[in-house]
Write a new protein. Structure first.
Length: 155
Protein backbone atom coordinates (compact mmCIF):
# COMPACT_ATOMS: atom_id res chain seq x y z
CA UNK A 1 0.00 0.00 0.00
CA UNK A 2 2.82 2.41 0.87
CA UNK A 3 4.46 1.71 -2.48
CA UNK A 4 1.25 2.58 -4.35
CA UNK A 5 0.90 5.82 -2.37
CA UNK A 6 4.53 6.73 -3.03
CA UNK A 7 4.18 6.13 -6.77
CA UNK A 8 0.90 8.07 -6.83
CA UNK A 9 2.49 10.97 -4.96
CA UNK A 10 5.48 11.11 -7.32
CA UNK A 11 3.16 10.97 -10.34
CA UNK A 12 1.04 13.85 -8.95
CA UNK A 13 4.14 15.97 -8.27
CA UNK A 14 5.46 15.35 -11.78
CA UNK A 15 2.11 16.10 -13.37
CA UNK A 16 1.48 19.33 -11.46
CA UNK A 17 5.04 20.55 -12.01
CA UNK A 18 4.30 20.49 -15.72
CA UNK A 19 1.78 23.31 -15.21
CA UNK A 20 4.00 25.72 -13.29
CA UNK A 21 5.33 28.45 -15.61
CA UNK A 22 9.11 28.73 -15.76
CA UNK A 23 10.97 31.64 -17.30
CA UNK A 24 13.34 30.83 -20.13
CA UNK A 25 16.77 32.21 -19.31
CA UNK A 26 18.98 33.38 -22.12
CA UNK A 27 21.17 36.38 -22.84
CA UNK A 28 20.59 38.40 -26.00
CA UNK A 29 23.44 39.42 -28.27
CA UNK A 30 25.01 42.63 -26.91
CA UNK A 31 25.19 44.05 -30.45
CA UNK A 32 21.39 44.47 -30.31
CA UNK A 33 21.66 47.11 -27.57
CA UNK A 34 19.84 50.29 -28.57
CA UNK A 35 18.56 48.96 -31.89
CA UNK A 36 14.95 49.48 -32.92
CA UNK A 37 12.85 46.34 -33.45
CA UNK A 38 9.20 46.14 -34.50
CA UNK A 39 7.00 45.02 -31.62
CA UNK A 40 5.27 42.33 -33.70
CA UNK A 41 8.65 40.74 -34.42
CA UNK A 42 9.55 40.74 -30.72
CA UNK A 43 6.27 39.01 -29.83
CA UNK A 44 6.61 36.38 -32.56
CA UNK A 45 7.57 33.05 -30.96
CA UNK A 46 10.06 32.39 -33.77
CA UNK A 47 12.13 35.46 -32.83
CA UNK A 48 11.28 36.03 -29.15
CA UNK A 49 14.14 33.96 -27.71
CA UNK A 50 16.65 36.12 -29.59
CA UNK A 51 15.55 39.14 -27.54
CA UNK A 52 15.36 37.68 -24.01
CA UNK A 53 16.96 40.20 -21.63
CA UNK A 54 17.89 42.40 -24.59
CA UNK A 55 18.16 46.18 -24.60
CA UNK A 56 16.15 47.08 -27.71
CA UNK A 57 13.75 49.91 -28.46
CA UNK A 58 10.22 49.36 -29.73
CA UNK A 59 7.07 51.47 -30.17
CA UNK A 60 3.55 50.48 -29.14
CA UNK A 61 0.15 51.94 -28.29
CA UNK A 62 -1.04 51.90 -24.70
CA UNK A 63 -4.09 49.70 -24.15
CA UNK A 64 -4.81 49.21 -20.42
CA UNK A 65 -3.09 49.81 -17.07
CA UNK A 66 -4.18 46.44 -15.72
CA UNK A 67 -3.27 42.93 -16.87
CA UNK A 68 -5.77 40.81 -18.76
CA UNK A 69 -7.65 38.79 -16.14
CA UNK A 70 -8.27 35.94 -18.60
CA UNK A 71 -4.58 35.13 -18.95
CA UNK A 72 -2.27 33.55 -16.38
CA UNK A 73 0.91 35.58 -16.03
CA UNK A 74 4.21 34.86 -14.37
CA UNK A 75 5.08 38.44 -13.47
CA UNK A 76 8.75 38.91 -12.57
CA UNK A 77 9.33 39.76 -8.92
CA UNK A 78 9.16 43.51 -8.23
CA UNK A 79 7.35 44.27 -11.51
CA UNK A 80 3.83 45.21 -12.54
CA UNK A 81 2.00 44.37 -15.76
CA UNK A 82 0.08 46.51 -18.23
CA UNK A 83 -1.26 45.97 -21.74
CA UNK A 84 -0.21 47.40 -25.09
CA UNK A 85 -0.99 46.76 -28.75
CA UNK A 86 1.27 47.13 -31.80
CA UNK A 87 1.21 50.52 -33.54
CA UNK A 88 -1.94 50.79 -35.66
CA UNK A 89 -2.93 47.35 -34.36
CA UNK A 90 -5.93 46.14 -32.45
CA UNK A 91 -6.59 44.10 -29.35
CA UNK A 92 -6.78 40.36 -29.81
CA UNK A 93 -9.89 38.38 -28.84
CA UNK A 94 -9.32 36.16 -25.84
CA UNK A 95 -9.35 32.43 -26.58
CA UNK A 96 -11.47 31.78 -23.48
CA UNK A 97 -13.94 34.57 -24.19
CA UNK A 98 -14.28 37.62 -22.01
CA UNK A 99 -13.42 40.28 -24.57
CA UNK A 100 -10.21 41.40 -26.17
CA UNK A 101 -6.82 42.13 -24.68
CA UNK A 102 -3.40 43.41 -25.57
CA UNK A 103 0.12 42.12 -25.10
CA UNK A 104 1.58 42.29 -21.61
CA UNK A 105 4.52 44.48 -20.66
CA UNK A 106 6.29 44.11 -17.33
CA UNK A 107 8.03 47.13 -15.78
CA UNK A 108 9.72 47.58 -12.40
CA UNK A 109 7.23 48.95 -9.87
CA UNK A 110 9.43 51.94 -9.10
CA UNK A 111 9.24 53.01 -12.77
CA UNK A 112 5.64 51.98 -13.38
CA UNK A 113 3.51 54.58 -11.63
CA UNK A 114 3.41 56.76 -14.76
CA UNK A 115 1.45 54.14 -16.70
CA UNK A 116 -1.67 55.13 -14.78
CA UNK A 117 -1.52 58.55 -16.50
CA UNK A 118 -1.55 57.11 -20.03
CA UNK A 119 -4.68 56.99 -22.18
CA UNK A 120 -5.74 54.21 -24.50
CA UNK A 121 -4.01 54.75 -27.85
CA UNK A 122 -1.06 56.82 -26.53
CA UNK A 123 2.16 56.04 -28.38
CA UNK A 124 4.84 54.65 -26.07
CA UNK A 125 8.54 54.04 -26.47
CA UNK A 126 9.63 50.89 -24.66
CA UNK A 127 13.18 49.82 -23.95
CA UNK A 128 13.98 46.28 -22.81
CA UNK A 129 13.64 42.74 -24.09
CA UNK A 130 11.34 39.77 -24.23
CA UNK A 131 10.35 37.66 -21.25
CA UNK A 132 9.52 34.12 -22.32
CA UNK A 133 7.86 31.61 -20.01
CA UNK A 134 7.35 27.93 -20.65
CA UNK A 135 4.53 25.88 -19.18
CA UNK A 136 4.00 22.18 -19.50
CA UNK A 137 6.26 19.29 -20.19
CA UNK A 138 6.14 15.69 -21.25
CA UNK A 139 5.97 16.80 -24.88
CA UNK A 140 3.17 19.34 -24.29
CA UNK A 141 5.14 22.53 -23.55
CA UNK A 142 3.78 25.93 -24.51
CA UNK A 143 5.67 29.21 -24.49
CA UNK A 144 4.25 32.63 -23.70
CA UNK A 145 5.99 35.81 -24.87
CA UNK A 146 5.74 39.11 -22.99
CA UNK A 147 7.90 42.23 -22.98
CA UNK A 148 10.05 43.13 -19.96
CA UNK A 149 10.70 46.88 -20.13
CA UNK A 150 13.48 48.73 -18.38
CA UNK A 151 11.87 52.05 -19.30
CA UNK A 152 8.67 53.45 -20.79
CA UNK A 153 8.21 56.93 -22.23
CA UNK A 154 5.26 58.75 -23.75
CA UNK A 155 6.07 59.71 -27.36
Amino acid sequence: MKKILSVSFIFCVLLTSCFIPRSVNKKADKSLSGTEVKFKKLMNESFAKNYINADVITYVQFYDATPNKMEYLKIPKGHLAFQVIPLNGSAQPNALGGGAGGYHVFIPKDKGSKIFNFNKGDKLKLRGGTYVTKIGGLGMAEETVNFKATSVELE
